[in-house]
Design a protein around this ligand. Sequence first.
Ligand SMILES: Nc1ncnc2c1ncn2[C@@H]1O[C@H](COP(=O)(O)OP(=O)(O)OP(=O)(O)O)[C@@H](O)[C@H]1O
Ligand SMILES: [Mg+2]
Length: 245
Amino acid sequence: MPAENIIECEGLTMSFGSLKVLDGIDITVGAGENYGILGPNGSGKTTLIRILCGLVKPTSGSVKVFGREVPDRRNNRLIGYMTQMDALYNDLTVRENVRFFASVYGLKGHEREKRIDEVLDVVKLSERQESIVGTLSGGMKKRVSIACVLAHRPRLMFLDEPTVGVDPKLRNQFWDYFRDLNSQGVTLIVTTHIMDEAERCRRLSFLREGKKLIEGHPQYLKEQAGVPTLEEAYMYYSEGGSNGR
Ligand SMILES: Nc1ncnc2c1ncn2[C@@H]1O[C@H](COP(=O)(O)OP(=O)(O)OP(=O)(O)O)[C@@H](O)[C@H]1O
Ligand SMILES: [Mg+2]
């Protein structure tokens, strides 16, 4: 069990006008964890990630990342954020996109080019590196986004639905790679609507209407819902955890 807490979030509340999007969220995540956030559309997953990255200021609560109250510029280099929407330059090639992200984080020269080769290999796009991103398939674009976020070797990665549109075989390979990253001490926070991916997280939390309903190992979520599969547990919690039981 890693002793170091990478994320410590207490009583986090976020409102947009009169809309309360996050309501009293407590979350602690340790180094090298693989932590999944589940919940229906609009339950606050992306908003939570944006706050943890320091991109938006919460309405109230205490949020520390790497032991520092967010936002803190010193965290920027340590964090990689793959947004839900592709943030790629469609008129640049695959390699140029990855190079752009690597450069923003200060990688230079030979070291940078070597790192680009490595991450392109991870996402199996070495052969398409000269293709213009706008001409790629949807799943390939996702893979470019993953390469971009890996480039500067972040210690904490937020992956907001990272594998939407990625084919099952490659998805599996990504998750094997994510596990390797975890074993190197990299912390991953992932949102997904795909239950076989959620099953691969060490801990999951379920958000509903901005509240954390439950948190724990996938098995724990199933047990508490009294069902054999995570799909069924998902249905149970998305109805508020009652479902007539
Ligand atoms: N900048 C904003 N201004 C106003 N409302 C916002 C803003 N950002 C998010 N919201 C609202 O906050 C709620 C939560 O949105 P969020 O994107 O966090 O959900 P999500 O759990 O990531 O959903 P999905 O599964 O669809 O990605 C939604 O009702 C959304 O409309
Ligand atoms: Mg979202």
